[in-house]
Design a binder for this molecule. Structure first.
Ligand code: F6P
Length: 548
């Protein structure tokens, strides 16, 4: 039954895709000189170019019909107005309220959440200002110079990605560091370069129970207390969490604890007090611009017709490739070195949200859901994995991101960066036929035998789809926009699949088993009874390797 239902859902789209086959992107551009004009959307100083996708009017109509049939607009409005869109945790998902401006009102369970959002925002800003202007000092009276965010997943990736992206907006005295992995090398290497007297640790954890974060936080506390004494600890720690009781037990004083609500998912939390390290780095005013960028996209997503709605187009194109073309992965390639952590950030945002195998009602999905998301900055990727993108047997839809001008870097370098970005999307689209290879080689004086030997290798099919985001420059507002575009893309795709993008039960089993295995790994005498053969074998071999 479910199979029938799913087949019907995508039938119109698949029929339109069948009709579109046989015309390459090159053909589509040749037939329609206005194609770029029709298939790009501008929002402020951002341009989203989707003209190099395998879409025509027929395919787009099928996608918009699908979106309407799956009630995308109603689902979107429910999210923005505090509906329980995360039913497995009985929660709203209101990260959008975190970037709403003064004067907005967002109601959950009959209560306006905005007064509390604004009051936490003000508390974060006041603390950040104190660290930045030196009025908040360490225990020995010295100004703080290093901020170490200890968190993992959404409590790490957002701030770490944003801190790197917005480095040019940073305070000259303050460096930010991010410790996430339970691997002791992470905190160990970070502490090596730090002076305890001038270091502030932020323990960022929604639940304040996450094994990695709590282990790292305890190690940091021991290190600091060992160097400066127990009394120094409150001067050098702050916390961000929804679990205020647990934070108190850790020994962080109340005035340094910044809360947020359970309706903010971890991977959607950079806008909340989880962004504290970034606020300290770039200052509350720049952080306000970041929030404003997110809010601008929220307004666009809520108010713009589907046909020219950027996140909707991104999501529907994603569904097209996943469910009609069966492409398994999606690459995001920022031609922007400072967006180096953006693909990793998106991996959590997209794959933790859309890596789902059941519908909202618990029935098993019969169709593909979230793609594998991956990427690295260009131009580096060109000299690594682009070979496969151009000539491999997998088609990988790509999002290119590039600024029109550098934030603070050399203009000549930037022009080469832009040229490379545009050239890659061009090459992926147009390809190069054997006849073209032959013509180029003949002109260069190659012999017919030499041409025959390599022409198949030098040929490119082309017709490989890409989007390009072209923005004026990477600043706080632009970063806010970019993140919100992708958040709403993820939401759009989940709405079509009728899956819940706000829970993450798939990470629980591994956590549970790691907690059970931890005492067995630490105690050489612990019994292996009940373990599966492979796990028992690995534990035994490790014991042998370390001689226990
Ligand atoms: O890995 C699962 C997860 O729950 C993520 O969703 C979350 O961002 C991360 O762990 C960290 O959780 P917390 O902020 O509670 O420490």
């Amino acid at each position: 039954m479910a199979q029938d239902k799913q087949d019907t859902k995508f039938a119109g789209l698949r029929a339109a895709v069948e009709r579109s086959k046989g015309r390459t992107l090159k053909d589509l551009f040749a037939a329609d000189p206005e194609r770029f004009d029709r298939y790009h959307v501008a929002l402020g100083d951002v341009v989203f170019d989707y003209s190099k996708h395998r879409v025509d009017e027929d395919v787009l109509h099928a996608l918009f019909d699908l979106a309407r049939a799956q009630k995308l607009e109603e689902k979107r409005d429910r999210m923005f107005t505090g509906g329980v869109v995360n039913p497995t945790e009985s929660r709203a998902a209101l990260h959008t309220a975190l970037r709403a401006p003064q004067g907005a009102s967002v109601t959950v369970d009959g209560q306006d959440v905005m007064p509390e959002v604004l009051s936490v925002r003000a508390k974060v800003a006041a603390f950040a200002r104190g660290v930045r202007d030196g009025s908040i000092k360490g225990a020995t009276g010295r100004e703080l110079t290093d901020v170490v965010n200890i968190g993992i997943g959404g409590s790490d990736l957002g701030p770490a990605m944003a801190a790197r992206a917005l480095a040019p907006f940073g305070h000259p005295r303050i460096r930010t560091h991010f410790v996430s992995n339970v691997d002791g090398a992470d905190i160990g290497d970070t502490l090596k370069g730090l002076d305890p007297a001038t270091t502030l640790f932020i323990v960022a954890s929604k639940t304040f129970t996450t094994q990695e974060t709590m282990t790292n936080a305890r190690s940091a506390r021991d290190w600091l207390a060992g160097k400066l004494g127990d009394d120094a600890v409150p001067h050098h720690f702050a916390a961000v969490s929804t679990a205020l009781d647990l934070v108190g037990k850790f020994g962080i004083s109340e005035d340094r604890v910044f809360g947020f609500k359970d309706w903010v998912g971890g991977r959607y939390s950079v806008w909340s007090s989880i962004g504290l390290s970034v606020v300290i780095q770039i200052g509350p005013e720049h952080f306000a611009d970041f929030l404003a960028g997110g809010h601008e996209v929220d307004t666009h997503f809520r108010q713009t017709p589907l046909e020219s709605n950027i996140p909707v187009l991104m999501g529907l194109i994603g569904v097209l490739y996943r469910n009609a073309w069966s492409f398994a992965t999606q690459a995001v390639i920022p031609y922007d070195q400072r967006l180096g952590r953006f693909p990793a950030y998106l991996q959590q945002l997209d794959m933790e949200s859309n890596g789902k195998h059941v519908h909202v009602d618990g029935t098993r999905v019969q169709e593909a859901t979230g793609p594998v998301v991956w990427g690295e900055p260009g131009t580096n990727g060109q000299h690594a994995f682009f070979q496969l993108l151009h000539q491999g047997t997998e088609v990988v839809p790509i999002d290119f991101l590039v600024a029109a001008e550098p934030t603070d870097a050399d203009l000549h370098h930037h022009e080469l960066l832009v040229a490379n970005c545009f050239a890659q999307s061009q090459a992926l689209m147009v390809g190069r036929s054997e006849a073209e290879v032959e013509a180029v080689m003949t002109k260069a004086g190659a012999k017919p035998e030499a041409i025959a030997a390599v022409k198949a290798h030098k040929q490119f099919d082309g017709n490989r789809p890409t989007s390009t985001f072209l923005y004026r420059k990477l600043d706080p507002k632009m970063l806010g926009r970019l993140i919100a575009f992708y958040e709403h893309r993820v939401f759009t795709m989940a709405a079509i699949w009728d899956t819940n993008p706000f829970d993450q039960w798939g990470v629980e089993l591994g956590k549970e088993l790691a907690n059970k295995l931890a005492p067995i790994v630490s105690d050489a005498a612990a019994s292996l009874d009940g373990l599966d053969g492979s796990t028992a074998g690995l534990v035994e071999h490790r014991r042998a390797l370390i001689g226990t």
